[in-house]
Ligand binder design. Structure first.
Ligand code: ATR
Length: 308
């Protein structure tokens, strides 16, 4: 697999409906169809967007058959890593993260991308100056794919210091290779005093673990040390189900600003949509608020939260 991407310069499909979809297992509750419907309408592009529930053992069959009838697709758990084995090339972001969340097909070639880095960076901008990492101290929990995207985005935006805490610090060992010129520190969660000190000192705090996620391993939980959050900080959760996670609730009660994970979902989707448009880009941006309203309906959230 090569690392450079040259798909954008290859032949774009004729002007017909773009055939898109999402593969995952399970995939039933994916918000991607609703998200891309809003984007397609805004761009005046006709699309079909289908959910493909593909168990791991069926991935080879999917790539040999159904995938060849699609112009592109989103990739979710558990295929973000295994799909890389089918690509002609992967972009620098997906190789840095070690996971692909967006695939573009041209003829028999598949090209892989990871839009989480740009999606997270763009979501931070929703918080205005407070969300700008430049020169600031960032503290984050997590060491999975989503956490790698957060660390890379923070480094690219010239954060002053990034401290990564994970239950298993061994998994975050290579994180400091992701943060560019930004100094980076990795710690476990065992040394509570050190953990609290880092949280108190931070300007921006990010939960990039599944703690607090409905249906996840610890839906009611708070990441360790969260009680140290104080007013003046910005707390970001990449979890969006529920919209107000236990962490965001606690952060709001402590007087901190909050940013939920729905924005990251929306912006990573917009970056993916641009990739699928390839060399027939349509002018104009993506209606993030309209997409958010559609997703809130899907989630059954009766009203939005004020956030930052
Ligand atoms: P993703 O690709 O979405 O980031 P992942 O790779 O499964 O998902 O990573 C999940 C993250 O949530 C990891 O950082 C995990 O910590 P470990 O690496 O120590 O397993 C973290 N996580 C999950 N459940 C947790 C819990 N109950 N307490 C603390 N961290 C948890």
């Amino acid at each position: 697999m090569k690392n450079e991407i040259n798909a954008a310069s290859s032949t774009a499909p004729a002007k017909r409906a773009l055939k898109l979809g999402v593969i995952g297992h399970p995939v039933g509750h994916s918000l991607s169809p609703a998200l891309h419907k809003v984007f397609a309408e805004a761009k005046g592009v006709e699309i079909t967007y289908e959910k493909f529930d593909v168990p791991p053992a069926k991935l080879p069959e999917f790539m040999k058959n159904a995938a060849l009838a699609l112009d592109g697709f989103s990739v979710t758990i558990p295929h973000k890593l295994s799909v890389m084995g089918y690509l002609s090339s992967a972009d620098a972001n997906s190789t840095a993260i070690g996971a692909v969340n967006t695939v573009l097909r041209r003829d028999k070639d598949f090209f892989g991308y990871n839009t989480d880095i740009d999606g997270f960076a763009q979501s931070l901008a929703r918080a205005g100056e407070r969300g700008s990492p430049a020169g600031k101290k960032v503290f984050m929990w997590g060491a999975g794919g989503a956490a790698r995207a957060v660390a890379k985005a923070m480094g690219a935006q010239k954060a002053g210091l990034i401290t990564v805490a994970n239950r298993d610090p061994g998994k975050a060992e290579d994180f400091c290779g992701l943060t560019g010129d930004t100094p980076c520190l990795v710690m476990g969660i065992g040394d509570e005093k050190k953990l609290i000190e880092s949280i108190v000192a931070a300007d921006i705090i990010v939960n990039a673990t599944s703690v607090g996620m409905a249906g996840g391993p610890d839906p009611e939980g708070l990441p360790p040390g969260a009680s140290a959050i104080r007013a003046g900080q910005l707390v970001v959760d990449i979890v969006y189900k529920p919209l107000v996670t236990p962490l965001l609730k606690a952060a709001g009660e402590a007087g901190a600003g909050t940013l939920d994970g729905l924005w990251m979902l929306i912006y990573q989707g917009a970056v993916a949509f641009d990739i699928w448009l390839g060399n027939r880009p349509v002018p104009g941006g993506y209606p993030a608020q309209k997409a958010r309203d559609a997703l809130l309906m899907e989630l059954g959230e009766k009203r939005d939260q004020p956030g930052v």
